[in-house]
Design a protein around this ligand. Structure first.
Ligand code: GLA
Length: 706
């Protein structure tokens, strides 16, 4: 386990529990990728370092195996690094210049240009128990003239030669994020990216590649996720000699920047992994990695109530107090006031940027509501959107130069708001200051941080002063710094990342966020799709899901309360309905679900997720969570339509101890309550779901051994 270096052969290996990652230096001093997959004897990869050529059209076949290829010479592939030197040279020659074993699991490889004082440090950290490798890059300009960086990728992952490559990724749009897609990759490039200034709902910086035949349980899968919340790019390029490279980093779209004399650029981390147990194993490794190495706080989520879908912008203290009383009856633990509590915010037309409590809505201040909420035994949370401003706001009237802008161009209004240049030191200080004041002044335990528009006219004012900067990068760096600082100043506060739903969730943001709002679409059936796609890459412990009204306000679909609860209980449970209008019967049914959730939520938060049946296939959808000690498991099953004459299949469970006996509470239609793990995992559990939109949650606990 860990990192090995064979000096004589010039070969490096990162060895995890179930994988080898091997690279070496060839006789020309070029770093070559040699192997990634099941463990091998790394030294025996040495013959792959031999120099290969093909024709004058593909002279340098070794560039097809470059571990971190630069744009230069006969390398025409998507470059990891592409720079322009100040004398006009646009050609890079990177050669191995040494290594440093930083720790048992971390190594840094130095590359330098043949002529120019440009140095590159490739960082590798092995995470043995989850078979992952974190990679990042630092680029140093040791010269006395600036270097223009056109593209600087965090890493390139080289896959072994497979007959077929299939790419799996997510795509989407507002209210329809995390839709899974897969497609064969033939020769050429396939790009996943965001060009809009944030992670985006259209795509997410995560990929998986297999040979087209891996499934949930079996097959080799190579995958990666990039920790960046701004413009990002992941390019999968299959060469004409059969190799697939997957490069990822900050997007070069409008992204060139100047690296001044003595300056350093540090890339985000691109984490890659290999598993032989199919997509299920991939997701479980990523979830465990997030829990142990990425996420900042505890995993178990409080049950929250959020008033957005109930009241919209029409927030007022009396109405909120009524909702709080009802929420407390349901067993809710956290009451969150969404948009509309501040400034002149009665619609999305005005007030954004003015972060003072609206005196008409809260004549005695916010504390009155907070006291009421606390009196009911709940904690209090608040919505903010610090990166935007309505032109109709005091903030904009005072600081029109704080928004992104170009001279001679009118700023594009999206949701009636402009975007603040968070990269500007004064804007950063303003955001830190008002957030600190808010959290100092009130007893607030939770912040939902939203971001509701894309970046347009990305010019920092005054333009000439910032000519060489990348505003795209600076914005994200400052965002991270603000979140880090706020977490440090207010360790008791939990933070949620939201961007009009799930448009800013990635390994970068999750270093600071306790939880994530994954979509504004709260229809429980649509949600199953979104939640499934989300959990391919991200942990259910951060996935916030609300129970809302039926028929649903967006699509008019009616769903039973049980279906809505079960769907939402697969992550962090929230309630976003107009509970002031719910009948006593509905309230007590809901309270039962909340109580049930509290009994099982540790399994959702800390357990392993097995996708038993996909909602994408229609019919039955089911997911299972198994606690780390295999003492408990929770199964959720959903049937959209019950067709007459089709017998109900059993659902086979995963991850249990075959010899243990598991018991469940008796439920309607299910009389047997004791089951061996072996029976559950092979014969399967009958679900006896009847009717359309039927659903069930089954909680099985291991019987003490007799
Ligand atoms: C975004 C969020 C919603 C809600 C509204 C408020 O759309 O995703 O949950 O907070 O903003 O304006």
């Amino acid at each position: 386990m860990g990192i090995h270096y064979w000096e004589q052969e010039n070969i490096f290996e990162l060895r995890t529990e179930r994988s080898s990652y091997v690279f070496g230096v060839n006789e020309q001093g070029i770093l070559q990728h040699l192997y990634w997959g099941e463990p091998v004897e790394a030294r025996e990869c040495a013959p792959l370092l031999a120099i290969r050529t093909h024709s004058s059209f593909d002279n340098d076949l070794n560039s097809d195996q470059a571990e971190y290829g630069g744009r230069g010479g006969g390398n025409y592939a998507e470059p990891c690094l592409h720079v322009h030197f100040s004398d006009g040279v646009r050609d890079l020659k990177l050669r191995y210049a040494g290594c440093e074993l930083v720790s048992e699991n971390r190594i840094s490889i130095r590359l330098s240009d043949d002529h120019y004082p440009l140095r590159v440090e490739l960082g590798y950290t092995a995470i043995p128990e989850v078979d992952l490798i974190e990679r990042d890059v630092r680029i140093f300009n040791g010269g006395d003239t600036p270097v223009r960086v056109i593209q600087a990728m965090a890493a390139s992952w080289t896959l072994p030669p497979l007959r077929d490559y299939r790419l799996t990724h997510v795509t989407g749009r507002w209210a329809g994020e995390y839709q899974l897609r897969s497609q064969p990759l033939s020769e050429g490039r396939r790009v996943l990216e965001s060009r809009r200034g944030f992670t985006g709902p259209h795509s997410n910086p995560w990929f998986a590649v297999d040979n087209g035949r891996a499934d949930e349980e079996t097959g080799k899968v190579w995958f990666g996720a990039l920790a960046w919340s701004g413009n990002w790019k992941i390019t999968a390029e299959k060469s004409n000699f059969g190799r697939l490279h997957v490069l990822g980093g900050i997007n070069d779209f409008d992204g060139a920047f100047e690296l001044g004399p003595g300056a350093v650029y540090s890339s985000p981390v691109f984490t890659g992994g290999y598993v032989s147990g199919g997509f299920g194993a991939m997701s479980r490794n990523l979830h465990l990695y997030q829990s142990r190495y990425i996420l900042p706080g505890g995993r178990v989520r409080k049950v929250l109530y959020n008033s957005w879908e109930a009241t919209g912008f029409a927030v007022n203290v009396q109405e909120q107090k009524k909702l709080a009383r009802q929420a407390a009856r349901l067993g809710v633990e956290r009451f969150v006031v969404d948009d509309g509590w501040f400034g002149a915010r009665n619609s999305d037309m005005a007030g954004l940027g003015d972060w003072t409590v609206n005196p008409e809505k809260f004549p005695l201040g916010l504390q009155e509501l907070i006291d009421e909420v606390k009196g009911f035994g709940m904690d209090f949370g608040l919505w903010v959107e610090p990166e935007s401003v309505n032109p109709d706001s005091d903030l904009y009237r005072q600081h029109p130069d704080w928004v992104y802008q170009f001279p001679n161009r009118e700023g594009t209004l999206l949701r009636n708001q402009l975007m603040l240049n968070l990269g500007h030191p004064e804007v950063k200080a303003f955001v830190l200051e008002f957030m600190t004041e808010l959290l100092d002044s009130y007893d607030i335990s939770f912040i939902k941080w939203d971001m509701n528009r894309t970046v347009t006219e990305p010019g920092a004012f005054p333009l000439a002063e910032h000519a060489g900067d990348s505003v795209w990068i600076r914005h994200v760096e400052h965002l991270y710094e603000i979140w880090a600082e706020l977490r440090q100043r207010f360790p008791q506060v939990e933070f949620e990342t939201c961007a009009g739903g799930g448009a800013r969730i990635d390994l970068g943001m999750l270093r600071y966020a306790d939880q994530a709002w994954i979509s504004d679409n709260t229809d429980a059936l649509d949600r199953l799709l979104i939640q499934e796609g989300f959990c391919y890459a991200y942990s259910p412990s951060v996935m916030m899901c609300w129970v809302t009204e039926s028929p649903h306000g967006m699509n008019g679909r009616s769903l039973p309360l049980a279906f809505r609860f079960h769907s939402a209980m697969m992550g962090g449970l929230g309630i976003g309905a107009d509970i002031g209008k719910w009948s006593d019967a509905e309230l007590s049914e809901a309270a039962r679900f909340v109580a049930q959730y509290k009994k099982i939520r540790h399994v959702i938060a800390e357990g392993s997720l097995y996708r038993l049946a996909s909602v994408r296939e229609g019919g039955l959808a089911a997911g299972q969570y198994v606690s780390p000690d295999r003492q408990e498991t929770v199964v959720f099953a959903f049937r959209q339509a019950q067709h007459f004459g089709y017998s109900e299949q059993r659902i086979t469970l995963r991850g249990l101890d075959p010899d243990a006996v598991y018991s469940m509470e008796a439920a309607e239609g299910l009389t047997q309550t004791l089951w061996h793990g072996s029976t559950l995992m092979n014969l399967g559990l009958p679900l006896s779901l009847s009717g359309d939109y039927a659903s069930r949650m089954i909680h099985l606990q291991r019987q003490p051994a007799r």
